[in-house]
Design a protein. Structure first.
Length: 523
């Protein structure tokens, strides 16, 4: 039986790049040897109601020449590139359920389930395998070219996998970066099983929210931070294809992933004092800037312009403003798509993954940094939560006296506190703590929504002014510009009328939050 744990990086590769990769300079430069070729046919089993899939388990039987291997994989909801996997050699192409007793599949095994298991889809792949030595590490590189077949529906497979067989994660990522310099590769988290099920059901993938952060209360700060950061990168990668398909919620979730990762870096700033971290922060800021305008204009169109434009009469100026907004929104969407489909984005994602698993911050010899990495996460989490909680309580007391800029700062502080409360939740796992944590986060969400609404009103006012200013000096009659300015004034007036009710809701939300007991205290 194989080890139940593997560290593996999977990349999607353009079909044209597979041949150039096999014949290019990369494999010659990384001391590869022992190329093997094989035709792999893998059959995935499940029930008609896809019971295994619902439990995030896959059961696969693969033929590799004369060898037949049964594999159970479990996507355990932890956002890392380390997968849980159990393999056994078997005698034929039928599942041997006696061999799954030590896997997550054991809880589902009954005679009834055994009778209902049947092939649901299969993959056929031509695989080339290369053994790579990097430092003291052994790495296996596999190039897969083939297809998934689900009931007559097919989908191509063009991917490269790098698996750390032994040695250091840093060597694995070093090889991955060399690979990315030779061919255009996109780090992906979608397994062949996930893609096969998607093809089988015909379900269109939807936006992916952040996975829960899971660590034990006795975890140290380093491992806890890595768990937290992986959930952010997982969410970013998972939503990239959804965003590129045109789903605006995919873009929104990518922005959430960026904000969460930036918040995590802020929470652990005393430990992350290296140059790599500063470069990553700069790149995340760039990406946020590329995605922001598309989201802002989408919200403005849906929440401000559309309700007014739907009324009668709406006037010629509003029609002109609507056309301008549609064009601006399309331009902003193209800008966002270009960024997410760029080599710079692909490099950012790979660099972030390498930084989490093998970054310079892990090897920082500074005594204070070493001490912090080894501290129990619950001690550091409680201290950080208390500090940020006190800051939000202090700033929120004078909510009705704050101007727009200071309300925005309060909103950012509240958002960071909410992310921290979500990140650290499993560190305080008692029944009372869990109940308090849910109420604490819910009250923060309400406060964040209210402050976000107030911030949107300010942003929408600035956008309305910008639309009018952009028309000055352009061709067209002065009457048309006047009508456009009047229409923008209607929108601004409508938004300004919401300030009073929105501020009242924000104050009520703050008062409710202030009554919540800290979940990180034992009593």
């Amino acid at each position: 039986m194989s080890s139940p744990h593997e560290l593996e990086l999977k990349f999607e590769v353009p079909p044209a790049s597979l041949t150039s990769l096999s014949r290019g300079t990369f494999l010659k430069s990384v001391h590869s040897s022992g190329r093997k070729q094989a035709n792999l046919v893998s059959v995935y089993f499940d029930t008609k109601k896809l019971k295994l899939r619902r439990k995030a388990i896959s059961l696969r039987i693969r033929r590799m020449g004369r060898r037949i291997v049964q594999t159970v994989k479990h996507e355990n909801g932890h956002a890392t590139f380390a997968r849980n996997e159990w393999e056994h050699d078997i005698g034929d192409g039928h599942p041997n359920l006696e061999l799954v007793r030590e896997t997550p599949l054991r809880s589902l095994i009954t005679k009834k389930l055994g009778r209902r298991l049947a092939p649901v889809f299969e993959t056929r792949v031509r695989r080339k395998v290369f053994q790579i030595t990097s430092g003291e590490s052994a790495i296996e590189l596999s190039i897969d070219n083939g297809e998934i077949d689900a009931g007559g529906k097919t989908k191509p497979i063009c991917e490269v996998e790098l698996e750390l067989k032994s040695g250091q994660p840093g060597d694995l990522f070093r090889i991955a970066k060399q690979l990315a310099e030779e061919v255009s590769v996109q780090l992906t988290i979608a397994s062949k099983a996930e893609r096969g099920y998607g093809l089988l059901t015909g379900e269109k993938p939807g936006p992916v929210k952040a996975l829960p952060v899971v660590f034990t209360p006795d975890a140290d700060v380093q491992s806890a931070f890595q768990r937290i950061a992986w959930t952010c990168v997982h969410q970013l990668i998972a939503n990239q294809p959804i965003m590129l398909s045109g789903d605006p919620d995919g873009l929104h979730q990518m922005r959430v992933a960026i904000r969460r990762l930036r918040a995590a870096i802020s929470l652990f700033s005393e430990m992350l004092t290296d140059g790599q971290t500063e470069i990553l922060k700069s790149e995340l800021k760039w990406l946020a800037g590329e995605l922001g305008p598309a989201r802002e204009l989408d919200i403005f169109f849906k929440r401000v312009l559309k309700p007014v434009a739907g009324g009668k009469p709406n006037g010629a100026g509003l029609a002109t403003l609507s056309r301008d907004l549609r064009q601006r929104r399309e331009d902003a969407s193209i800008r966002a798509h270009t960024a997410v489909d760029s080599a710079r984005f692909r490099k950012l994602v790979l660099d972030a993954a390498a930084w989490i698993e093998a970054g310079d911050w892990i090897k920082n010899p500074d005594i204070s940094a070493c001490t912090l990495r080894e501290q129990p996460i619950v001690d550091v989490a409680a201290k950080e939560l208390r500090r940020r909680w006190k800051k939000v309580l202090k700033r929120g007391k004078r909510l009705d006296e704050l101007d727009a800029q200071r309300r925005h700062r309060l909103r950012i502080q509240g958002k960071k506190l909410r992310y921290a409360a979500e990140f650290f939740a499993t560190g305080f796992s008692g029944k009372k703590s869990m109940l308090r944590q849910k109420k604490f986060v819910a009250s923060l969400e309400r406060l964040q929504d209210a402050l976000g609404d107030l911030n949107d009103i300010v942003v929408h006012g600035k956008l309305s002014e910008r639309f009018v200013d952009a028309g000055r000096g352009a061709s067209g009659s002065s009457l048309g510009r006047v009508e456009k300015a009047f229409a923008a004034g209607r929108l601004s007036g409508r938004e300004e009328a919401r300030i009073g009710p929105a501020l009242k809701e924000a104050k009520q939300a703050y008062e409710a939050f202030a009554r919540r007991k800290p979940f990180w205290l034992s009593s």
